[in-house]
Design a binder for this molecule. Structure first.
Ligand code: F6R
Length: 270
């Protein structure tokens, strides 16, 4: 794979994005000067899809990275009336065990940051309630079925974990994995400790869409912000595709792109 070099032409540049790095193959890499402009650029892409396909199916992520994107979508809804009434959303993951009404649930996160403030009523987060393994497996199968019944995911938004995880597919996750109960890596739990107050309060497991579920999406945008993500972003784009770096599997997707602020892109630009 060739080293990325900054594009000299502005022709393929996305609005709000300072630079598109030309690379052989996929994914394409877009770099915004800062977090705010990154969020505006990504929100514009989502808004465009919602306008041209009012019944679009979105796959959504939680975590700190997409918060600014959701704020911008809420602003577009409230200020220019962007209409989400026809869209369907599926979230990537939920901690297990986790009650949807818990302050730390991803269900609550989505309600607080997005769905409580826009007019989308058709949204689902994987069910994290404690129950038998058989019931969980059956519900995971139904989650897959619901995505398929909705027509498949048009646009999947992803973050990236320091382990290279996408959703909660930690290193070693099978490329053909589907929605399922998984164990969280200790480093993922450590990163989550700031949200839960103490490491001991962070669940050891989660229900996540699988790698194959994610890769079936027609378009994928992976978003990363901050210098703390620079090394794993570089690895995901440059390592030979391997399940040991789950985000590297996006190299095999025909319509995946990385959307970075300059801090997250610093290893690529060097
Ligand atoms: C969350 C998810 C995770 C996060 C990743 C990055 O739904 O699927 O893969 O996207 O852990 O999290 P932040 O954005 O908090 O750095």
């Amino acid at each position: 794979m060739s080293n990325p070099s900054p594009s000299q032409t502005g022709a393929d540049r996305e609005p709000g994005v300072a630079m598109t790095l030309d690379r052989l193959g996929h994914p394409r890499v877009h770099v915004a000067p800062d977090y705010q402009s990154l969020c505006v650029a990504v929100a514009e892409r989502i808004a465009h899809l919602v306008q041209v396909k009012p019944d679009a199916v979105l796959g959504l992520a939680t975590g700190s990275t997409p918060i600014g994107i959701y704020q911008e979508l809420v602003r577009l809804h409230q200020q220019i009336g962007l209409d989400f009434s026809g869209i369907t959303c599926f979230n990537l993951d939920e901690y297990y065990p986790m009650d949807p009404g818990d302050d730390h649930s991803y269900h609550t996160f989505m309600q607080q940051h997005l769905f409580g403030s826009i007019n989308c009523r058709n949204w689902q987060v994987p069910d994290g309630r404690e129950r038998s393994l058989e019931t969980i497996a059956e519900d995971c199968r139904r989650y897959e079925e619901a995505i398929e019944k909705a027509g498949g995911i048009d646009l999947q938004i992803l973050g990236i974990g320091s382990t290279g995880h996408i959703g909660f597919n930690e290193p070693g996750s099978a490329p053909d994995s589907k929605t399922r109960l998984v164990d969280l890596d200790e480093s993922t739990r450590l990163n989550a400790a700031r949200d839960f107050g103490r490491l001991e309060h962070v669940p050891h497991q989660a229900v996540t869409m699988g790698i194959s579920t994610i890769l079936k999406s027609r378009e994928i945008m992976l978003i990363a912000s901050g210098a703390g993500k620079a090394a794993i972003v570089y690895t995901a784009l440059n390592v030979l595709v391997t399940p040991l770096v789950p985000a590297s599997l996006l190299q095999n997707h025909p319509n995946a792109s990385f959307w970075l602020d300059s801090a997250a892109a610093q290893a690529l630009e060097n």
